[in-house]
Design a binder for this molecule. Structure first.
Ligand code: DAS
Length: 331
């Protein structure tokens, strides 16, 4: 029996590892300059709850993360979770794309051990930085037995979110993260309080294992607006294996874009209708005859999460549209 849980803290950069010129620089600062040990130094109390071991995995803003970064992070977290002397993992991460990395891990890790992804909206050098409290809350959540088996969690601003639902909804406020159905719980004075479960399959209940993934299909997102031209869509389709179409409203596709997306689908590109609104469901064969066109629709996944899920689903059944559609309703 160990005195405290053994937690590995992986650093990847972001604002949580940033430094500004002065206290007043809450939004203008150098990102990804503090090493993970320096990041943890803002919170000397952290080691009261856990034996913390650090690793510097990356050192860059999360806006730079591509599929190779996802695989690198995923494989490292996965390997750590397999070690008997590791009880949980904290991943420090830029906030911009935290939701994509967290969702990728949520769908691919094969462990019930807690994994918490955490960032900050203000660097540790700024007045009222959220870095120390977010880090402290992450340690409290990752070390708590109630966090086991819940999939990957994102902790921010006193809230615990499931990786499936959380998105960044504000560019500079501390209340930057929201889930359309609310957080799973709060962290109150260092104690996680969970109020609900994530209901969709994740981690050990998915078919994807990082040990078997070395490449992800190229899936791109096309953002809809009235003046978008069909050639742009065609150019994207020519270089992609899948397209998530972030349509207006309930996944609407402008009349002059329909042909380009139908052509893409005929050429074997998987086309997924989503919404650029940020929440809500897309009804299959609602705004468009998806069966006739060979298109797929999201359930309620926002375009950036739909991209992650489509990449994974295409690993199993790249051409089987029924199976790809089913993935959107299961995960
Ligand atoms: N540079 C952004 C990022 O790394 C900012 C942040 O961390 O909030 O995502």
């Amino acid at each position: 029996m160990r005195d405290k849980p053994n937690i590995v803290v992986l650093g990847t950069g972001g604002t949580i590892a940033g430094r500004g010129a002065g206290y007043a620089n809450t939004s203008a600062y150098a990102c990804s300059v503090l090493k993970i040990d320096e990041v943890l130094a803002v919170l000397p109390q952290g080691s009261r709850r856990a034996n913390l071991r650090t690793e510097q995995l990356l050192q860059t803003g999360s806006e730079n993360f591509n599929n190779d970064h996802l695989l690198l992070i995923g494989k490292r977290v996965s390997a750590l979770l397999e070690q008997a002397d590791v009880d949980g993992v904290i991943l420090t991460h830029g906030t911009d794309t935290i939701e994509e990395t967290a969702y990728f891990l949520h769908l691919t890790l094969k462990s019930v051990k807690p994994v918490v992804v955490v960032g900050a909206m203000r660097p540790p050098s700024a007045m009222s930085s959220d870095a120390p409290l977010n880090l402290y809350d992450a340690i409290c959540v990752v070390t708590h037995p109630a966090s086991r088996g819940r999939g990957v969690l994102v902790v921010s601003n006193d809230e615990i979110h499931t990786a499936r639902d959380v998105t960044k909804v504000n560019s500079f406020k501390l209340e930057a993260f929201a889930s359309p159905y609310g957080p799973l719980g709060y962290v109150v004075e260092g104690e996680p309080r969970f109020y609900r479960m994530a209901s969709r399959d994740h981690t050990v209940l998915t078919p994807w294992s990082l040990a078997r993934i070395d490449r992800l299909p190229k899936v791109d997102i096309v953002y809809a607006y009235g003046a978008l031209d069909a050639d742009t869509v065609g150019n994207v389709a020519a270089h992609a294996e899948g397209i998530v179409y972030a349509g207006t409203g309930n996944g609407n596709v402008a009349d002059h874009i329909v042909a380009a997306l139908r052509e893409a689908a005929r050429n074997g590109v998987q086309v997924v209708r989503a919404s650029r609104t940020g929440s809500g469901v897309i009804v299959r064969n609602g705004a468009q005859p998806d069966d006739d066109y060979g298109w797929i629709v999201v359930d309620d996944q926002v375009p950036q999460k739909a991209r992650v899920l489509l990449m994974l689903a295409m690993l199993n059944d790249p051409a089987e549209r029924g199976a790809l559609q089913a993935a959107f309703y299961r995960y």
